[in-house]
Design a protein around this ligand. Sequence first.
Ligand SMILES: C[S@@+](CC[C@H](N)C(=O)[O-])C[C@H]1O[C@@H](n2cnc3c(N)ncnc32)[C@H](O)[C@@H]1O
Length: 229
Amino acid sequence: MSTLDRQDSPGRRPDAAGRAALALYRTAPLAVRAHVAVRWWSAPFRAVAAALPSSGRIVEIGCGHGLFSAYAALSAPGRVLTGVDIDQDKIRHAQAAARRTDRLTFAHAPSGAVPEGPWDAAVFVDVLYLLPAAAQRSLLEETVGRLAPGGTLVVKEMGVEPAWKVRWNTVQETLSVKVLRITEGSSFDFVPPATTTGWLEDLGLVVEHRRLDRHRVHAHHLIVARRGA
Ligand SMILES: C[S@@+](CC[C@H](N)C(=O)[O-])C[C@H]1O[C@@H](n2cnc3c(N)ncnc32)[C@H](O)[C@@H]1O
């Protein structure tokens, strides 16, 4: 078993920082509390957060209600998190949650905008698939340009196999994006992780790619890319 599996597999029960992050939403409307609880359950936040540096300025692009940013901040006291999203309503709930803690701020940002850096790390968790492939590539380029020397880019997206996991995810995303409109976006484009990895290598980054889908119904993949110092 790899280190990553050990981090991610012992159930999905939140650790202390996860409990503290979820508790930030205790006075939020039921729909928001349910949404963040489902995000914790379905996404491998612990493994994604473990790929971030333990200190420094970190930006999450497409932070939604902000649970991942909150968790990343609460799990390492040296991290200062800024989350941005195109969805004003989600950002309002994220800002309400962030009032209960420090080292955590949220702001609305238009699509394609990357806040001024330099950032020690930037992270995307299930966001890029909502953009066409060409827009994914240019957003990644823009983000890499805002990283500090030696900075880290962390991308968690879905893979394109096995077929049954892809089908499961497609049904879920069709409901979420096109039917219930819980997630902003009009279509989705699941780019193979090897393609994303290639784009980042073309930008001169050193890239590691790992699967995170063991014991999970979603085809989670993690890409960790580092800029040279
Ligand atoms: C599946 S949610 C993930 C939210 C959060 N990262 C998490 O892991 O819980 C996808 C988020 O991406 C946001 N989003 C979609 N297109 C975006 C864009 N072009 N720029 C920034 N955020 C975007 C949506 O508003 C939504 O909040």
